[in-house]
Design a protein around this ligand. Structure first.
Ligand code: PXG
Length: 282
């Protein structure tokens, strides 16, 4: 039976419950992280914990544990569930409070850790690539709600994802309000043009993905020029390669966008090289 960590205690999956008065549920008031474990090692643990604490600080939540304590709780949860290759979902909610969106109603933030297996895309997607469309729903404006906060409110991305479903595609490209490419619904996006790897800068209003940072680092180390610059849909349509990256998806090529076939419609050589190096790393 899967054990779930809630505020210092482990519960059987069936008994792992959060109050209906938790403001994480009532208002999406909280933050989270999705982290992978490969071969018994938590991938980019420090980076994910740092981002969790930054997300929390950005919305004024004081996590009632130190970073070390959170890491220890995460390790213990993985251990008790005997997971060596899997996925950890860390959640911090504003906590339990009366109705009303005022965060002052909540006395103490709640910390939840779920360690489980992760549902990947079917294997053929990694070989054949993915079709995308541009969603009409723009990414949240960064001055309204910064996409750099990994908050419990994913409605913006969910609305975009639903447009994908309506168009019979699995993933979508989201633009910012200036019309530049931001990211996909739960992955960052990169392109290759004339040997240069390009991805939108954090200032475009994206979640600064840890997989994105890793891929840029791998590419840089293997001598590929890497640029963070604003990307348009035109840039995607005429790119030599386009791919997505994120904790859940890892790396997936995009071979068709808004009906335009990208290059020859197959995952390209830079993608394959980076995927190979990423797999070696993890
Ligand atoms: N953009 C957005 C909007 C995301 O939500 C990424 C980019 C990629 O970031 P990382 O740091 O993972 O490389 C994300 C990540 C889930 C799930 O269960 C979602 C994410 C990560 C893990 C699990 O839906 N989002």
């Amino acid at each position: 039976m899967l054990k779930i960590y809630i505020d210092g205690k482990l519960y059987d999956k069936e008994d792992a419950k959060i109050s209906v008065f938790d403001h994480g549920l009532l208002y999406g008031d909280g933050v989270f992280e999705g982290i992978r474990m490969y071969n018994g090692k938590i991938f980019k643990c420090v980076e994910h914990i740092d981002r969790l604490f930054e997300s929390a600080r950005a919305i004024g939540i004081r996590i009632p544990m130190s970073k070390k304590e959170v890491i220890k709780a995460m390790e213990d949860t993985l251990k008790v569930n005997d997971i060596k290759d899997g996925y950890v979902r860390l959640l911090v909610t504003r906590g339990i409070g009366d109705l009303g969106l005022d965060p002052k109603l909540c006395v103490r933030p709640s910390v939840v850790i779920i360690a489980d297996k992760i549902q990947l895309y079917p294997p053929e997607i990694y070989e054949k690539g993915l079709e995308l469309i541009t969603a009409a729903t723009p990414r949240n404006h960064q001055e309204a709600l910064s996409p750099r906060i990994k908050s419990l409110n994913y409605l913006n991305n969910i609305m975009a994802k639903m447009e994908g479903h309506q168009a019979n595609v699995r993933e979508v490209v989201m633009l910012n309000l200036d019309g530049y490419v931001c990211e996909c619904s739960a992955d960052n996006i990169l392109l290759v043009k004339n040997g240069v790897l390009k991805t939108p800068p954090a200032s475009a209003g994206i979640l600064k993905g840890i997989t994105r940072d890793t891929i840029m680092e791998i590419a840089h180390e293997s001598g590929t020029e890497v640029r963070e610059e604003n990307i348009t849909r035109f840039d995607l349509y005429v790119a030599d390669e386009v791919f997505l990256c994120g904790t859940a998806a890892e790396l997936i090529a995009a071979v068709k966008i808004d009906g335009r076939v990208i290059n020859d419609g197959k995952p390209g050589p830079v993608f394959k090289e980076l995927l190979g190096k990423f797999r070696e790393l993890v």
